[in-house]
Design a binder for this molecule. Sequence first.
Ligand code: CMC
Length: 378
Amino acid sequence: MSDEEKVRKGLVGVIADESRVSSVMQASNTLTYRGYSVGDLCDNTSFEEVAYLLLHGELPTRLELEKFSSAERENRNIDPGLWKAMQSFPMDSHPMDALRSFISLYAMYDTDAHLSQLDKASYIKKTIKLLATVPMFIAWDRRRRVGLPFVQPKQSFGISENFYNMCFAEVPKQETMKAFDVSLILYAEHSFNASTFTARVVTSTLSDYYSAITAAVGALKGPLHGGANEAVMQMFDEIGSPEKSEAWTMDALLQKKKIMGFGHRVYKNGDSRVATMQKYFFKLAELKGDTRYRSFYENVAKVMLREKNIHPNLDYPSAPVYRLIGFETFFFTPIFVMSRIAGWSAHILEQAEDNRLIRPICKYSGAKERSVPRMDAR
Ligand code: CMC
């Protein structure tokens, strides 16, 4: 079989297109958004600035940020018809299913939903609408599930503060808010990952923005992708106490189980985002006076490195950060969505601006060509 005919299962190593949005540099273990290292962005910018950067290609000036931010704040509203539909979402549905359905329904209330693919301004408008309403939906869904009333969005708050306030009806210490904002920056974009690729595939058919985002949410839900942050916390809960981590991990490896929050398709020597998230995780653990999750975190990672030489990915430190902040495990992946909307949208725009239908081929391995037998001969 020639190299060209070789099946690349999971599209391993396939360069599917060019992109100017972000670069995962395996050799130097760095990740840049539009040329800026994510560590630098985390220490020196806010999630809003990063969302702007991803969409527009440059960091905003003060005035551009003000405009972008006020457009987002003005869009924190949900049509009464949609509110009504949301009331019928089952309480026991998975929050990612609820969120995917919300975005799909939201599209029908946006009169611009089907504007031309080449209208950049309309894409940006739609992105701003989702940056404004997805956090509202997640916060509403969380509170109704724990039996608490809805908290109205506050115009004076930025995205992170507003979300936190809508979830917990208060604004936390600055360090807690910063750790959350950093998680949003780190989750915002990661090149041709499965959900982004899904969004680009949908866009390549000339379908609409919301269809691409809805499909991407479905791809992100899986535990091999975004669902891993929930799976990490389920693992810590299952282990029960930090001193059992070694035995639990050894047993799981013996059973050939995948340890959630470890490994990566591109990074083989560690995920460049982990060190940054870990720094904020350890600060938060200290602030909260809670060393339990740090112990789980360090113990399981030690075994994985020793036994398999496999490093953690971003979902590993972000899970305990969300737990320490106070989120229930089943809301970890929806939070990932509220951030990744920025990256997906940048890719949708890029795909639309220079589109070619994404349609790979496969090597057929089914039955040889044959004739249809008569019914009584089957
Ligand atoms: N636990 C145990 N063994 C692992 C793990 C893991 N988490 N990850 C990889 N391996 C082993 C795997 O068993 C295989 O071993 P062998 O060659 O002996 O069969 C080898 O490492 C190569 O793994 P692979 O599954 O072929 O690698 P992949 O590139 O296809 O998969 C992955 C990458 C992320 C799906 C995988 O590492 C995994 O399932 N990790 C756990 C889920 C997870 O944390 N996902 C989040 C990914 S990063 C953030 C995001 O995108 O959301």
